[in-house]
Design a protein around this ligand. Sequence first.
Ligand code: NDP
Length: 475
Amino acid sequence: MDPQAAQRVGPNGPLLLQDFHLIDLLAHFDRERIPERVVHAKGAGAYGQFEVTDDISDITTIDMLKGIGKKTNMFARFSTVGGEKGSPDSARDPRGFALKFYTNEGNWDWVFNNTPIFFLRDPAKFPIFIHTQKRNPQTNLKDATMFWDYLSTHQESVHQLMHLFSDRGTPYSYRNMNGYSGHTYKWIKPDGTFNYVQIHCKTDQGSKTFTNEEATKLASENPDWHTQDLFDAIERGENPSWTCYVQTLSPEQAEIFRWNIFDLTKVWPQSEVPLRRFGKFTLNRNPQNYFAEVEQAAFSPSHMVPGVEPSADPVLQSRLFSYPDTHRHRLGGNYEQVPINCPITSFSPFHRDGYMNVHGNYGANPNYPSTFRPLQYKPVKASQEHEKWVGSLIAEQFPVTDEDYVQANGLWQVLGRQPGQQENFVKNVSVHLCNAHERVRKASYGMFHRVNPDLGTRIEQATEANVRDMLSARL
Ligand code: NDP
């Protein structure tokens, strides 16, 4: 039968219910969309390979990192954070930097961002903060007053704000940005000793950014620029790569470190905690099908391998739950069976049944720890000597203190070492902040003033000049 025809009674008659082809086609079409990610909705992905470049066996026995030259297949997905699936790639926004390594011991996901820190350290603030960066519930418009009202009243965000409004907030392409774990993790050795670590992936293409004007122009001319750039580069054989480094602190060093290593709004200064190179990854193959391989890719910081553990960073702890929960909502309880998410080696026979169980459901294997077919586990000794938590139940936010402005000022100084970057920063803030309510603008000037008095003054002057221009243009 013609797939574009419909069964009907005569040339102009009504349709027949027996026309399963038409009904099935329509019913499937009605179900083509799965829930959009609430954050990181717009993204692009590619396959690649990770290679160990340096021996770090003194600090880890993670199988994937063992032996110079060892290679592991992987998949990467880069994304903007706040915009919807159709939003422009060049928007001022942090970028997601998610990597999935198909290791011999299961999947290891690095769910990173292109900034080394984030806006908050209290996980309950995440949904609230994201609401303010999205659309006004009444107008359905992006709302500068909401945006700055939240940020100027939650000033632990200011360090990340400095990153966002520097030119790195508008990267030239996904190929030209770094990725950072941001969170502290633990790398544990078989004897139970461990280091706290943070990972940095530095682009080998060099860090390259758009100015605010270029990014704004591109948003209308080619809103899919980053997606296209990544795909086209790999098709041309210009395979992008990143070099991977680790910062380590022993538990003893962490005890006396100036910064709280579980505070996601702070970096570990590189002068004090040097970067140590250990690997490199290269993206070399485009997906064949966007929905199957990119839209359904499900990353989670809780996807770890033996030798890796989460730290007590509260935002990381909450992400351990929230990411798989998102995947269960978007893809179903068996999301790990989708080929892009499927480990090359996995045996979890206690995960049984459920919707879309398509891999044989472990056949006749027992669904409990049966004494008739005992399972073997890799011995991983979890020594928690440094993390014996004792205390009373409390429910408090972390307070904002003078310390929260120090690293933000550090970045202001970094920008000062690069021609034009401080000027661009002031401009980038002022063209956005001028759209906010006067009271919110003033609170924001106060915030930047606490980072650096000169910065506060310059932002106030530039922003109020923009406000005056807008008002006179309306007359
Ligand atoms: P360093 O002088 O040792 O390092 C500064 C780092 O800043 C550089 O290594 C580079 O990181 C990054 N950087 C350079 N230019 C820019 C820019 N235009 N926008 C954003 N970041 C830039 O100083 P510290 O380690 O003491 O950090 C000072 C400030 O630098 C921090 O407050 C933080 O905001 C920022 N920074 C720090 C990082 C860290 O992990 N310590 C990482 C990134 C930024 P990279 O080489 O990774 O590009």
